[in-house]
Design a protein. Structure first.
Length: 173
C-alpha cells in the first residue's frame, strides 16, 4: 500500500517550508516599528500562513506550524516571555479558525482572519492578566479589538488571495 502524497516526506517538507515562511515573516515584521503606542498591536502577517494552512491543509498541520513558529520566534527574538503571550493568543486564534473552517465557504475565507485576530488579542490579554495577576490589562481590549479587526481584514484578504492564486481551495463542504 502506497502512502498518500500528503504523508511522509512531502508532508514534512510542506510543513517545514510553511513554518519557515511564517517565521521569516514574523521576524521581519518584528523589525518594523509600530506607530501605535499600544502593547500588542501589530499586523500579524504570519497569520496569513496560519489561515492558509487551516483552510488548505488540515487543522492539525496548521496547529503544528503555529506551535513551531511561535516557539522558534520566541527563541530567535530572545523573548521567551513572549512565548506565553503568543502561544495563548495563537491557540485561541487557531481554535477560531478551526471552527470557522467548517462554516465558511471558499469565497468567505477572508472573514476568518478578523475573527481569529480578535481571538488572538483576547488570548494574549487573558495570559497577561494571569501573568500580572490583574484584570487591569483588559483596559487595552477596545483598542486591541479595533486593531485586530483592521489587521485581520488585511491578513484575511492576503490569505484569500494566496489561496486563490495557488489554486488550492478545497472543494466546498
Amino acid at each position: 500500500m502506497t502512502p498518500s502524497p500528503d504523508k511522509g516526506a512531502r508532508r514534512i517538507t510542506r510543513l517545514a517550508l510553511l513554518t519557515a515562511i511564517a517565521l521569516t515573516i514574523f521576524m521581519v515584521e518584528a523589525q518594523i516599528p509600530v506607530p501605535i503606542p499600544i502593547p500588542g498591536v501589530k499586523l500579524g502577517l504570519a497569520n496569513i500562513i496560519t489561515v492558509y494552512a487551516v483552510f488548505v491543509l488540515s487543522r492539525r498541520d496548521a496547529l503544528l506550524i503555529l506551535i513551531v513558529r511561535v516557539f522558534l520566534g520566541s527563541v530567535f527574538s530572545g523573548q521567551m516571555l513572549m512565548l506565553l503571550y503568543s502561544m495563548g493568543g495563537g491557540l485561541l486564534c487557531w481554535l477560531a479558525l478551526a471552527l470557522l473552517r467548517g462554516i465558511l465557504s471558499p469565497r468567505e475565507i477572508w472573514l476568518a482572519s478578523p475573527v481569529s485576530a480578535v481571538c488572538h488579542n483576547i488570548g494574549q490579554l487573558l495570559v497577561a492578566a494571569a501573568v500580572m495577576k490583574t484584570w487591569a490589562v483588559l483596559a487595552y481590549l477596545p483598542y486591541l479589538l479595533i486593531a485586530g479587526v483592521a489587521s485581520g481584514l488585511f491578513t484575511g484578504l492576503c490569505a484569500q488571495f494566496l489561496i486563490q492564486r495557488l489554486g488550492r481551495i478545497p472543494p466546498s463542504k
